[in-house]
Design a protein around this ligand. Structure first.
Ligand code: UD1
Length: 430
């Protein structure tokens, strides 16, 4: 079992280059299944969610060739419509995207109910509503979702919930359906737009991605493409939080500053300096931050995937901060861990109230999910003394070479491999 050991209290400075976006690549790789020709996908991050996605596609018969560390060529022509069992699906929620893409290509799909971060109840009713609207029947049996359709026919769909996953699955299923599909109350996240751009580069006809209404005119076939994944908004935001928490000075390169604006605005408000360039942001931390309120919202609001990291910064801001989580009902599991470091945070339902303390102190902690783990790293880097962070497999799902990138900024962080204790292997399967 691997863990991080972090000796905190150093001001981190220098440059860090942001990798391709996890939430975009986990949609774009499965989307290649819809193509009749090989596709080259560039700027893929070296994270375990990518490894798992490529492994699933390879086991189904796609030919995968790594051209270099960040570029993969995928030939989906020989891919067979095999079921995706629980032992694969439990490891990441984005395996749901195989439902949309396999349905789009084969008019049927057999995928186990997904896993991924445990953020409370994460239903997929909107995904299924969309598939049904296109003419699909859905059966749930033994934890497997079975979809089948004689024909996929475009339709108008209104999502009751604004859902990234359902929007992406809707696009995948509709892209080769007959006629026009209109998705209303669509998610507007950058990764939704990136998927649509990628599919359009393969010959799809999708307009409106990034707005509430997406129109997809079905095409008969898709061709090959070379497409570069956008930079990861949340990885960039996490390094912004690192600069703030360590009172450091970090130039964060290969970013789209517009995607970072909700994070930038909050940091500016509490007293962190943020300078924007064309494809970089410089974040300079300091003393005497002031507490603030944050409420998470779908894009372009403050992203739920950044609230744990910002809470870690606010744990040491002057006064009271209030974090309201409006997307997920179980997103404060990191709070217990931050309390171990001396943070003064109370949680009531979906609201966390943070009374700033002067300093956090290093402690042993457990990453309970991906972004919770990132928050613990932010807190540990800014804290006095040594922290140990366990269950870092959660963090490696979404952050490429985090300890290497942090070391280059001057962090005292080591990744240690310890023998597993009984029961640990099964915890990885959450
Ligand atoms: C995606 C992101 C995740 C991010 C989240 C919200 C990926 C791979 N993951 O997750 O990092 O935290 O968006 O920005 O891109 N819901 C329903 N029914 C559905 C689908 C969703 O009720 O059928 C609800 C969810 O429970 C949640 C809300 O809608 O309350 C938003 O979820 P959704 O946008 O679907 O999140 P994911 O796609 O799972």
């Amino acid at each position: 079992m691997e863990k991080y050991i972090i000796k905190g209290g150093k001001k981190l400075s220098g440059e860090v280059v942001i990798s391709g976006a996890k939430n975009a690549v986990v949609a774009i790789l499965p989307a290649v299944i819809l193509s009749d020709e090989p596709c080259v996908i560039e700027n893929i991050p070296g994270i375990s969610d990518v490894t798992i996605t490529l492994q699933i596609m390879s086991e189904m018969g796609a030919k995968i060739r790594m051209i270099n560390k960040t570029t993969v060529e995928i030939d989906p022509r020989g891919l067979m419509n095999l079921p995706i069992p629980y032992d694969k699906a439990k490891r990441m929620r984005a395996t749901t995207y195989f439902l949309g893409t396999l349905l789009g290509r084969f008019h049927s799909a057999h995928v186990s109910m997904p896993g991924g971060c445990n953020l409370g109840d994460r239903p997929i009713d909107q995904h299924l509503k969309c598939f049904a609207a296109l003419g699909t029947t859905c059966e749930l049996e033994g934890g497997m979702i079975h979809l089948s359709a004689d024909r996929l026919i475009g339709n108008q769909i209104f999502f009751d919930k604004n859902s990234v996953g359902a929007t992406i699955n809707g696009i995948m299923a509709a892209v080769k359906a007959e006629g026009l599909t209109i998705i209303e109350n669509a998610a507007k996240e950058p990764h939704v737009v990136d998927l649509a751009n990628c599919l359009n580069s393969m010959g799809a006809d999708i307009i409106g991605a990034g707005t509430d209404v997406i129109k997809i005119r079905g095409v008969k076939s898709l061709h090959g493409t070379t497409y570069s994944v956008i930079p990861d908004q949340i990885e960039a935001g996490t390094y912004m939080a690192v600069a703030a928490a360590t009172k450091g000075d970090i130039l964060i390169k290969n970013v789209i500053p517009k995607h970072l604006e909700p994070i930038t605005n909050k940091l500016l408000k509490i007293g962190v300096k943020v300078e924007q360039f064309d494809d970089a942001v410089r974040v300079v931390g300091g003393e005497g931050y002031v507490g603030t309120s944050i409420k998470t919202h779908p894009h372009p609001g403050f992203p739920t995937d950044m609230q744990p990291q910002l809470s870690a910064v606010l744990a040491c801001a002057n006064g009271t901060s209030m974090i309201t989580e409006s997307i997920f009902d179980n997103r404060f599991r990191y709070v217990d861990e931050l309390r171990r470091m001396g943070a003064n945070i109370s949680v009531e339902g979906r609201v966390a109230v943070i009374e700033g303390v002067e300093r956090l102190k290093g402690a042993p902690m457990r990453a309970t999910d991906l972004r919770a783990g990132a928050a613990l790293i932010v807190a540990a880097l800014g804290a006095e003394g040594t922290s140990e962070i366990y269950d870092i497999f959660h963090i490696e799902r979404g952050y490429e070479n985090m300890e290497i990138k942090l070391k280059a900024l001057g962090a005292d962080i080591e990744k240690i491999d310890e023998p597993e204790e009984p029961g640990e292997e099964s915890r990885k399967a959450i």
